[in-house]
Design a protein around this ligand. Sequence first.
Ligand SMILES: NC(=O)c1ccc[n+]([C@@H]2O[C@H](COP(=O)([O-])OP(=O)(O)OC[C@H]3O[C@@H](n4cnc5c(N)ncnc54)[C@H](OP(=O)(O)O)[C@@H]3O)[C@@H](O)[C@H]2O)c1
Length: 209
Amino acid sequence: MKLAFIGIGNVGYALANNFQIKGHEIIIAHDDEKSDSAVKAQEKNPAFGVLPIQEAIEASDVVFLATPFKLNEEILSPLDFKGKTLIDCTNPIGPGISHGLESKISGSEKVQEWAKGAKVVKAFTIYGFENLENPGFPNQDVKPVMLIAGDDSKSKVLVHSLNTQLGFETLDVGDLSLSLHLEHMTLLWVKMVRKNGHHPNFTWAYLER
Ligand SMILES: NC(=O)c1ccc[n+]([C@@H]2O[C@H](COP(=O)([O-])OP(=O)(O)OC[C@H]3O[C@@H](n4cnc5c(N)ncnc54)[C@H](OP(=O)(O)O)[C@@H]3O)[C@@H](O)[C@H]2O)c1
């Protein structure tokens, strides 16, 4: 598939690089093709292409959003996603690692408001980028779980498939409004790892009987 990445920093690069290794075509979506992160990403993986954002959306099957949340409205508002799936990897983080929208609404619902014509699925957010760089846990019986949320079932099937290719089990928690709770899980993970010294490769797992 052709995957476009708006944002190719810690998170965008980790995902794009793994998906390129799995055989997907990667397009960096940036209106400045000489932006620091676009140049750095292409130095690390010369297979990546780059296009202006609207052209990248039109040329791709799926779009990833991996930008600082505070820039999302400005970046997304001029665009038309034309019915494409937009995987929202962003998190609204506020002061003291709090929820950046005061837990009144999820960041992904705001992304859905701003991204005209997009089918938004929240995914790849509940861990730090370390687990996206290397999601493999070869000596474990259970797979790491990735929780996703979204309103469009076909888009969630697509995300499920991409997620499986990275080595995660997928747990669809429900509609996009449940993203708020995924964002709180992220805050917990970030506080545990970045403040309280837990290992950056720890993940959650899903057990059922
Ligand atoms: N870091 C983590 O462990 C982690 C884990 C899960 C989720 N997240 C979330 O993922 C998002 C990205 O985090 P990150 O750590 O990857 O950030 P980052 O390393 O700072 O990367 C941000 C990316 O956004 C790009 N960008 C900024 N303005 C842009 C524009 N106008 N058009 C196109 N691209 C633009 C930057 O490109 P230029 O600077 O080159 O313009 C850069 O490639 C955040 O919302 C974060 O909360 C982070």
